[in-house]
Write a protein that binds this ligand. Structure first.
Ligand SMILES: O=C(O)CCC(=O)C(=O)O
Length: 266
């Protein structure tokens, strides 16, 4: 399976409309790949909080239109990263969109773990409540977004739902780059799954981005890793390796569920 992770920047000097056109061309240029992945909130930048409301769009808005067309023009499965979604009946959501090679929207995932503690996304957006998987030929893909990477139970839930490849779309800051790499590898090892994690480049809203998009195999080996700037990270991987790894080293079968938790003593 050939995957291309398009690590772009979300610089304020570029309008959202021209970035959308640029990203659509980059996706089209990946014709021949099976799966193309974009980062989190690439229209606005994940830290450009004041732009979430002004640039929010309905699920079938301009980013949907452009990405559906780019996916079908290129004939690829496209994880189009996330948009600030405006739900007419609710709050904003940080929503990832996945398109088939025919340009149909096959999944929308509202980020479950919102980042920012008492500010930013955590207060400006609503939390998703549903795990999302998508069946691609040869592998089932689980969908996660940025801060979700810190929550192993979400990934285990995706594995329980059949995920063998987990795509993480992110806008991870440079300051915690070491966590990004470590957590991507940890999630791959503990779930014996491929992890394809696509971040952003450059700086937006004054926050330098880590870049370093990464693809990790089910044994925890790094198959490919980007640098810090804009880059298309291309990788070829073998989905059957998930089943082989799980069979040869069947740690997932040794899970002990429902262990009693003692009361806290503090
Ligand atoms: O967990 C982190 O360090 C970064 C998370 C983040 O930037 C996000 O979810 O937007």
């Amino acid at each position: 399976m050939r995957a291309s992770l398009i690590q772009i920047g979300a610089d304020e000097g570029e309008s959202v409309e021209s970035r959308r056109c640029r990203v659509a061309s980059l996706v089209r240029a990946e014709a021949g790949a099976d799966l193309v992945v974009l980062p989190e909130l690439w229209t606005t930048g994940a830290f450009a909080y004041e732009r979430f409301a002004t640039e929010a769009e309905p699920l079938d808005g301009p980013t949907y239109e452009a990405m559906a067309k780019a996916a079908s023009d290129a004939g690829v499965w496209l994880h189009a990263g996330s948009i600030p979604e405006r739900d007419p009946e609710g709050p904003l959501y940080n929503t990832s969109l996945v398109f088939s090679p025919a340009g149909e929207l096959v999944a929308a995932y509202r980020k479950i773990h919102r980042f920012g503690f008492d500010k930013g996304e955590a207060v400006l957006m609503g939390a998703g409540t549903e795990l999302v998987t998508v069946s691609l030929p040869g592998t089932t893909v689980g969908v996660a977004t940025c801060y979700d990477l810190r929550f192993p139970e979400l990934f285990r839930g995706l594995v329980d739902a059949g995920a063998e490849t987990i795509v993480v779309s992110a806008g991870w800051p440079e300051r915690r780059r070491a966590h990004w790499t470590l957590l991507a590898r940890a999630r791959a090892v503990e779930n014996q799954a491929y992890v394809l994690a696509c971040g952003t480049a450059g700086t937006h809203a004054g926050v330098p981005q880590a870049g370093h998009s990464i693809v990790v195999d089910p044994w925890g080996e790094v198959l490919a890793e980007a640098g810090g700037g804009e880059e298309v990270l291309r990788v070829e991987f073998e989905p059957a390796k998930v089943g082989e790894t799980r069979e040869q080293f069947p740690a997932l079968k040794d899970r002990v569920l429902g262990v009693a938790v003692p009361p806290r003593r503090d």
